[in-house]
Design a protein around this ligand. Structure first.
Ligand code: MG
Ligand code: MG
Length: 260
């Protein structure tokens, strides 16, 4: 299936959806501290989304053979990579937490994730966060004509692996629009065989909108899912980070839609 290209009017609405997500992240940056629970963070983020006229894209999100996602944010702590369910867990000094937030505004989705330090973290952990954030911007920089999505994927992978970390294979960036997950799929690595796992490299086109979301592990790239059928952790228990923006492809530099 070819990606749905957005009109400038649609991209303007997506910019609003993204701005609301960014506002919720600003609130997270303020609220993340030792002693807060992930459930409290969820409540704060949901309030920001709703106060701006958006609905949480993740709440009730369906997945085959799983209960619908029960919260408005994903809150994944330390060795949890993505899809952590917020609840009574209390954050401690030295933890890291990856918070993923999606909004739906006037029928369009904004999607952005960020890994935050809780209190004081070790320099080695800060480096993981810095490299993962930088890899997101490496991917954004590569998101220009006449590149293909695999050029974006390879740029992210090369950068991360040169820094001595690994990129997760199973979860990928994705087109965003009226749906949270559309074409094109944008992995954070590119296998040698082009069509491995059914991945197709798409030529970038003006009006393409996608979320780039590198997920980086200190240890091996492998992950596994917990019994709650949602939370994904690193298989070897190593720390991991996750940074994500939704962007729009233009004739020149891409537009980051999920900024304040
Ligand atoms: Mg996300
Ligand atoms: Mg996403």
């Amino acid at each position: 299936m070819s990606p749905h290209l957005k009109t400038p009017e649609e991209i303007a609405i997506m910019r609003e959806a993204g701005r609301i997500v960014a506002r919720a992240h600003q609130a997270m940056r303020q609220a993340v501290r030792p002693g807060v629970t992930t459930g409290e963070l969820n409540k704060i983020a949901e309030t920001v989304l709703r106060d701006h006229g958006a609905t949480p894209a993740f709440l009730g999100y369906p997945k085959p053979d799983s209960p619908n996602f029960p919260a408005s944010i994903c809150a994944s702590v330390n060795n949890e990579l993505v899809h952590g369910i917020p609840g009574p867990r209390v954050l401690k000094d030295g933890d890291i937490i990856s918070i993923d937030i999606g909004s739906i505004y006037k029928g369009f989705v904004g999607d952005s994730a960020w890994t935050y330090a809780v209190g004081e973290i070790k320099a080695s952990v800060q480096r993981l966060l810095d490299v993962t954030e930088q890899s997101l911007f490496v991917g954004i920089k590569a998101s220009v004509l006449p590149n293909e999505t695999r050029d974006v994927s390879s740029a992210i992978q090369d950068f991360v692996e040169r820094q001595g970390y690994s990129v997760v294979r199973e979860y990928t960036g994705h087109g965003v629009g009226r749906n949270m997950h559309e074409e094109p799929q944008v992995p954070n690595w590119w296998p040698n065989k082009r069509r491995q796992r059914g991945w197709v490299s798409h030529k970038l086109q003006v009006g393409m909108t996608y979320a780039l979301e590198p997920m980086v592990n200190v240890g091996r790239p492998d992950t596994r899912e917990l019994n709650d059928k949602w939370t994904v952790v690193t298989a070897d228990g190593s720390l991991c980070a996750h940074f994500e923006h939704t962007i729009a492809i233009t004739e020149g530099e891409p537009i980051i839609l999920t900024l304040p």
